[in-house]
Ligand binder design. Structure first.
Ligand code: HEC
Ligand SMILES: [Cu+2]
Length: 356
């Protein structure tokens, strides 16, 4: 062995432990930031607190096992290394009953220690919420590539941005109109599939006011990565309360007043947008009716934060870009390119933006 190689082999253990330390330090700082989708350091609902508890418990347990195994490995490596000039074989042994029993019992205990609390957590998450309380019931339908949200009791039909109330039980019923999607807003709850022809429940009770982002978590076609979610958790009281949002959203949006918005309404009615979108009070559907065809209900589209399922910020410029060529924004988007002129796109954007 060359000198350089010999020094390297001597240094290997310390190099490896330095690398490990750097890795652990990197992981520790990664957890530090209040990342918007960081479920494990910042759960914001009862359901995600349960998942976070398990995640962190496994993390500690696995780190102990990982460090223990590595430590044993390096101790063996250094202590039983071949001494210079020693050419004898080490002592040969086979089948030590005490060892065999130990390494059967210890992993069994570890697995049991994980299984028992995990089962408890699963049952806790699957529990049907007490029905004698205020419950916000929402039917969620995954569609390529957006989410239809139907509030059963409130008669509100909307898309992509879900509004709920802090401290109030939320019950989602997930289904799909086409392929399998999966609902996932990490800071509020775990993932759940949205499957055609089935309805799966997902329950959580938000504990923090704010906006929480999520993402479709099941590959569902060309624009799967552009199928985002936002949940807005409202306070119980004050002007921004959930009840105020419900009242406001049940009403028809104010009629357009500017000439551009009025022209935009004509574009909306005349260019075929009504074949796929409803706007209460403008196209004939009643307030809260389910969108009868493929596109999101646009009754209050002006008050959304984003359009096209968290793909573009909701600005007049972005709406114009979207309606002129949806497929350029979202590959395969199921909204027809109706060949609007720049002026028509600008006007219809002014109209839609006015629908607060
Ligand atoms: C063939 C049906 C169809 C037609 C016609 C159609 N759309 Fe759409 N529209 C959709 C679908 C589907 C989406 C959802 C696309 C996505 O996010 O993947 C959508 C999304 C939108 C959005 C974003 C809404 C949101 O909250 O994300 C706006 C705004 C919009 N359409 C406006 C229009 C306008 C204006 C017209 C007429 C010029 C029109 N659409 C014509 C199907 C249609
Ligand atoms: Cu999807």
């Amino acid at each position: 062995m060359s000198n350089a190689l010999r020094t390297l082999s001597k240094r290997l253990p310390s190099l490896a432990s330095t690398a490990m330390l750097l890795l652990l330090a990197g992981l520790a700082t990664a957890c530090d930031e209040a990342h918007p989708r960081d479920a494990y350091a910042h759960p914001a609902a009862d359901a995600s607190e349960i998942s976070a508890w398990f995640y962190n418990m496994y993390m500690v347990l696995d780190t102990i096992i990982f460090v223990g195994v590595l430590a044993a490995f390096f101790i063996a490596l250094i202590k039983y290394r071949k001494k210079p000039g020693d050419n004898t074989l080490p002592e040969q042994s086979f089948g030590d009953p005490r060892l065999e029993i130990a390494w059967t019992i210890v992993p069994t205990l570890v697995v049991l220690g994980i299984t028992v609390p995990t089962l408890g957590g699963l049952f806790e998450l699957a529990k049907r919420p007490d029905q004698n309380q205020k419950i916000i019931d929402i039917e969620v339908t995954g569609k390529q590539w957006w989410w239809e949200l139907d509030y059963k009791k409130e008669h509100i039909n909307t898309g992509n941005e879900m509004h709920v109330e802090v401290g109030t039980q939320v019950m989602l019923h997930l289904t799909s109109a086409d392929v399998i999607h999966a609902w996932w807003v990490p800071r509020l709850s775990g993932k759940r599939d949205a499957t055609p022809g089935r309805s799966y429940p997902l329950n959580f009770r938000p504990k923090e006011v704010g906006s929480f982002d999520g993402q479709c978590a099941e590959l569902c076609g060309a624009s799967h990565a552009l199928m985002g979610i936002r949940i807005i958790v409202h306070p119980k009281d004050g002007p921004d309360s959930y009840e105020n949002w419900v009242k406001h959203t049940q009403e028809i949006a104010a009629k357009p007043t500017t000439p551009a918005a009025e022209a935009g309404q004509k574009v909306f009615m005349g260019k075929g947008c009504v074949a796929c979108h409803s706007i209460s009070g403008v196209s004939e559907l009643a307030v809260g009716a389910r969108s009868r065809t493929s596109g999101p209900n646009l009754t209050h589209v002006g008050s959304r934060d984003y359009i096209a399922a968290h793909t573009l910020k909701n600005t007049p410029e972005n709406i114009a870009t979207w309606v002129k060529n949806p497929q350029a924004v979202k590959p395969g988007a199921l909204m027809t390119n109706l060949g609007l002129t720049d002026q028509e796109a600008k006007d219809v954007a002014a109209f839609l933006t006015s629908l607060k």
